[in-house]
Design a protein around this ligand. Structure first.
Ligand code: PLP
Length: 378
């Protein structure tokens, strides 16, 4: 009886946008400028227009989009980079790659994002201990919902910290009439295929209103180059976005606003269908707009895996983002305080379950998924 439901449906998107995508790909094959071709500048302009940031710096991945601003600010050994423990690995990895230390803070269960009070406590603890210098905060807009930037910008200003938004999951989201890309002094996003705006490989972008930072980021992206290609003025990386991926994003961008509306409608529909089912539903924000990278339930820890298995048996895939908080990862444990130190992050890691989420889901499919969840969770 059970058709397999896709978790994200990139095929449906491709069939809808096939003409535009194919034409854009063929244009790149024809002009042959596979590196830093004209689509790169065109995409950066289109991204700025979309989100309202002054400068967009496209790059090779969301991970590089996090790494490069830290490099631009000279973050390194003996520096503390604060971040939520309940995030994807890349957030922590970039600090460590530069020799800095991640300082993991707890999250708020209501919105899954960094808890400003926990951040304040972490900053105070680092200052008291005196071993590391507080330098930066990476806030994560988990599942697509912007973090509490009003509080975070205030803390960053008070403490003289660089604030980076890890908006890998939230490009397209907003707070009031300000889109993601303008909520923090520096925003990093990802165009990994399964993100709300995805290309057909790896890709990312950094947004800022600061022209000096934008210029340094453009240099870091090209091996630290200065006035000409063989004039190296700082340490950089090969952080460029491929022209082909920029072309694909240019073909997808005109439909992105409609896709965001469809994602929001699906989230609201799930929440209607799952009301009073006993599972904890994600917050439907009022002031803010989520990009709905994920629609994530909370279930009693002991029941989550059996419920996921029951859904799988009915052809309904689910995902756990993320089963282990960063401070309990084998590679990062020594930077944290161990089990019990960040209770909300630890609890969420045991309770979250994300349902299929994409803009092309038929209404019957959402109903079938919700019925199956209700049955499994009953
Ligand atoms: C996907 C993701 C990244 C990394 O993006 P890549 O493009 O895969 O390098 C970083 N942070 C978060 C929160 C993510 O979800």
């Amino acid at each position: 009886m059970t058709d397999q439901i896709p978790f994200v449906d990139l095929k449906a998107q491709y069939s809808l946008l096939k003409n535009e995508i194919d034409a854009r790909i063929h244009a790149v094959l024809d002009h042959g400028q596979f590196i830093q071709g004209p689509e790169i500048g065109e995409l950066e302009g289109a991204l700025n227009t979309f989100c309202g940031a002054r400068h967009a710096i496209s790059c090779a991945s969301g991970t590089d989009a996090l790494l490069m601003p830290l490099m631009a600010h000279g973050i390194g050994p003996n520096d503390a980079v604060f971040m939520p423990a309940f995030t994807f690995t890349a957030t922590a990895e970039v600090a460590l790659l530069l020799g800095a230390e991640p300082v993991f803070t707890d999250v708020r269960p209501a919105d899954f994002n960094i808890d400003p009070e926990s951040l304040r406590a972490s900053i105070a603890a680092v200052k008291r201990e005196g071993r590391l210098k507080p330098r930066a905060v990476i806030a994560v807009d988990l599942y697509g919902l912007p973090a509490d930037y009003a509080a975070l910008n205030a803390i960053a200003a008070e403490e003289g910290l660089l604030l980076i938004a890890d908006a890998a999951q939230s490009f397209g989201g907003a707070v009031g009439n300000r889109r993601v890309g303008t909520l923090a002094p520096c925003t990093a996003t990802s165009f990994f295929p399964a993100k709300p705006l995805g290309c057909y490989g790896d890709g990312g972008a950094i947004f800022t209103d600061d022209p000096a930072l934008a210029e340094v980021l453009r240099s870091i992206r090209l091996h630290g180059k200065g006035g000409d290609k063989y004039d190296i003025v700082r340490i950089g990386i090969n952080g460029r976005l491929d022209t082909m991926q920029a072309a694909i994003l240019l073909a997808k961008l005109p439909n992105f606003a409609a896709e965001l509306v469809a994602r929001d409608a699906l989230a609201r529909r799930y929440s209607e269908l799952l009301a009073d089912s006993g599972v904890i539903l994600p917050m439907l924000p009022r002031e803010a707009k989520s990009a709905w990278a994920q629609y994530t339930l909370r279930l009693p820890a002991a029941r989550r895996d059996p419920i996921a298995a029951a859904l799988k048996a009915e052809g309904i895939p689910t995902a756990i983002y993320y089963p282990r908080p960063m401070h309990l990862q084998p590679a990062y444990r020594r930077f944290g305080q161990g089990e019990g130190s960040l209770p909300e992050s630890e609890k969420l890691a045991a309770e979250v379950l994300s349902l299929p989420m994409h803009p092309f889901m038929a209404p019957e499919t959402a109903e079938r998924i919700a019925r199956a969840v209700r049955r499994a969770a009953a």
